[in-house]
Design a protein around this ligand. Structure first.
Ligand code: TAP
Length: 489
């Protein structure tokens, strides 16, 4: 099995089962840890978008009709091929995204897991027979794949966020056109290479690169695309919803502003460990990153002390040279600038800096987008760090005096993606899990998403679900077949 090489996919689009040389202009792709160009992507033209849609429409007619077992086998084959090439695919991801190689490997293996999960689910898509109001009738509710899916994805998890849409589409019998983020396109092209090897028919999976505002928007507006599966910012998600020229199925996995509550009954060491992992992993560039932490006043300073020490102990490095570093570089200049802006805003408004606050020093950090994990304490709700999504290695902390106050401040946001609680008192746990207005609530852990359970946001964090059976159902239409057979009428 030949390992896919960056040089082979640079400038290419994947249309109709072939890597083709893009006919449009070129956009540089940069290694954000080194500031070096690693390749170029093609800016897909309008004609190439049409060609991909045509190819996906033709493939849909075939793929939607093959037995579910065939689709399941293809997904298992894809999972095996991806896992077998984990190192090479992870190197591609680290080169374009900046996360440490070991983290990238973990993400590639999670993608393989998603292939197997949806491979198993593909053969368990059941319909229903529902009761009728008259004898002699039978009502069948059958599930039919939606059609051609346009998948538009961000740069923070270049494999998983493509993979959840890809695997659920393939399992359901949909065909898919993927538009990965401009910053991290090569992971998606590397996945496309495995799709061919797995024996998935030509045209079922296509990858188009280029600017979201042009290529992504073209998919949103295309009459041949039946559903848009989008992960990205709330602003772009809302724009997509508003700019769809015709009625179209949408799933929108959007931004967050995730709170953590640490009550007086919490295991403080466990809370510190959880806060450190979920505030700073992937340099805080996670939709479910902890943005703001509310700590019961009696344990506030003890928690802050432990949290600052844990943040300072995290290692930062170039993800290719230091595969086991805790943190790599940020993915680009923009999230770094936003992190600095939110930090300045907090300090001007009176926050206390307790960890980080600047870039790490040393020649290896000079050309990349690095920043130290940063904690600000004594924060107020009017600070950007507490009210907006930073999407960087910055977290705000504030004390609270009652559980009602903590819950109300945690819910005081237009977002509703994930929230976290550390508590050992059962009443506190029950009260908070009921009151937190979020699609995901993690208690005494910070891993809000698992493959087997629905993962989605509320309010401005989106509509629809990924993961689990619910994530698969997003790719089906229901059809009610009401049959008069006359028996017993
Ligand atoms: P966005 O700027 O929203 O970009 C996401 C994708 O949309 C990219 O592929 C982008 O292409 C494309 N795009 C941009 N404008 C478009 C348009 N007019 N029409 C169609 N597509 C368009 O987000 P980002 O900065 O990459 O990612 C960070 C955001 O994603 C954060 O808010 C984060 O919370 C959110 N996120 C959410 C989740 C879940 S599961 N809820 C998971 C991860 C990330 P270009 O790259 O070419 O601009």
């Amino acid at each position: 099995m030949p390992a896919v090489k960056l040089s082979q996919i640079s400038g290419k689009l994947f249309i109709g089962g072939q890597f083709v040389e893009g006919r449009g202009g070129r956009i540089d792709v940069i290694n954000p840890a080194r500031g070096e160009m690693i390749g170029q992507i093609a800016a897909t033209t309008a004609e190439e978008v049409d060609a991909a849609v045509e190819s996906a429409r033709a493939a849909f007619r075939v793929w939607s009709r093959v037995p579910a077992k065939v689709r399941a086998n293809a997904l298992h084959a894809l999972g095996e091929l991806i896992a077998a090439d984990v190192l090479n695919m992870a190197q591609i991801m680290t080169s374009e995204q900046g996360k440490p190689l070991n983290e990238a490997k973990g993400e590639i293996l999670k993608l393989a897991e998603a292939c197997h999960f949806y491979g198993e689910e593909a053969v368990r898509v059941f319909g229903e027979i529902v009761p009728n109001d008259q004898n002699g009738y039978q009502s069948q509710v059958v599930r039919e794949p939606i059609g051609v899916v346009g998948a538009i994805t961000p740069w923070n998890y270049p494999a998983e966020l493509v993979g959840w849409k890809l695997c659920a589409s393939l399992a359901a019998g949909c065909s898919i056109i993927i538009k990965p983020a401009e910053l991290t396109p090569f992971t998606a092209l590397a996945i496309a290479e495995k799709v061919s090897e797995a024996g998935i028919p030509a045209g079922v999976v296509n990858v188009l690169t280029g600017k979201g505002s042009i290529v992504g928007q073209a998919l949103v507006e295309h009459s041949g695309v039946d559903k848009i599966a989008f992960t990205g910012s709330s602003a772009v998600g809302l724009h997509i919803q508003r700019s769809c020229p015709s009625v179209k199925r949408l799933s929108l996995e959007l931004g967050g502003n995730c709170p953590m509550i640490v009550t007086k009954s919490a295991d403080i060491d466990a809370a510190v460990k959880g806060a450190t992992r979920r505030s700073f992993r992937n340099m805080g560039q996670i939709c479910i990153a902890i943005n703001r932490i509310y700590v019961a006043r009696p344990i506030y300073e003890t928690f802050l002390d432990g949290f600052a020490k844990a943040a300072d102990a995290l290692t930062i490095g170039d993800g290719l040279d230091n595969p086991a570093a805790d943190l790599g570089s940020m993915a680009s200049r923009d999230p770094l600038a936003k992190t600095r802006d939110h930090l300045d805003d907090a300090l001007v408004k009176g926050a206390r800096l307790v960890a980080g606050g600047n870039a790490p020093q040393g020649p290896e950090f000079e050309k990349g987008f690095f920043f130290r994990p940063t904690i600000v304490a004594d924060c107020t709700q009017d600070m950007k760090v507490m009210s907006e999504e930073t999407f960087g290695p910055l977290v705000g902390v504030a004390p609270f005096d009652s559980l009602e106050e903590a819950a109300s401040r945690a819910n005081d946001t237009p977002y509703g993606l994930a929230s976290y609680v550390y508590a050992r008192d059962l009443e506190e746990i029950y009260q908070l899990s009921a009151e937190l207005d979020y699609g995901n609530v993690a208690i005494n852990n910070v891993d809000a998403g698992i493959m087997n359970a629905p993962y989605g946001g509320r309010k401005q964090s989106g509509i629809g679900y990924e993961h689990g059976r619910e994530g698969l159902l997003e790719y089906f239409n229901f059809k009610h077949v009401r049959l008069f057979h006359g028996v017993g009428a």
